[in-house]
Design a protein. Sequence first.
Length: 173
Amino acid sequence: MLIKTNEFDKEISTYLSPHLSVLKHLTEKCNIAIFDDVGEKEGVDFLASLKVAEKAIEEKRKSLSGPFDKTAKHINQQFKEVLDTIKRLRADIETNVTAYRDSKEGGSIAGDVGTAANRFVWRWEVVNKEAIPMKYLVPDEAKIQLMVEAEMEIPGIKAWQERKLTVRTKKNG
């Protein structure tokens, strides 16, 4: 059974249409410069309004997509157990067939349902971390961020704080 997305297109379009027209108008304000306290207040109000709109739109998206996400998760869980069992069985049988084929160094073999042949594939493992060229190393940004926030020094990492504006919306607005 396929989900008919056009059933939701009208609801989504109706919901987003006023937001899109307002955003189109507000996009012109994105280049506003703040020169005084009045402009700063307007900027904060503008940011808070955008945050309120963003939250409302995200809630609407989740209300529409949530049931599908839960259904997909349930379906995937049911199939996963069967597929994992099949993968384990395949791996076991491939190991046994490969071992037998290696002992007789044969070409391809045809069964009633399929064929099999040996081929060479490249594999690798780390044997000396220190010898790996830097261009192949990728920093773990999440772990580095946690260490930096805990004010821990990491050799080779420069950490600093930047001022970032935090916008909160009022409960009644």
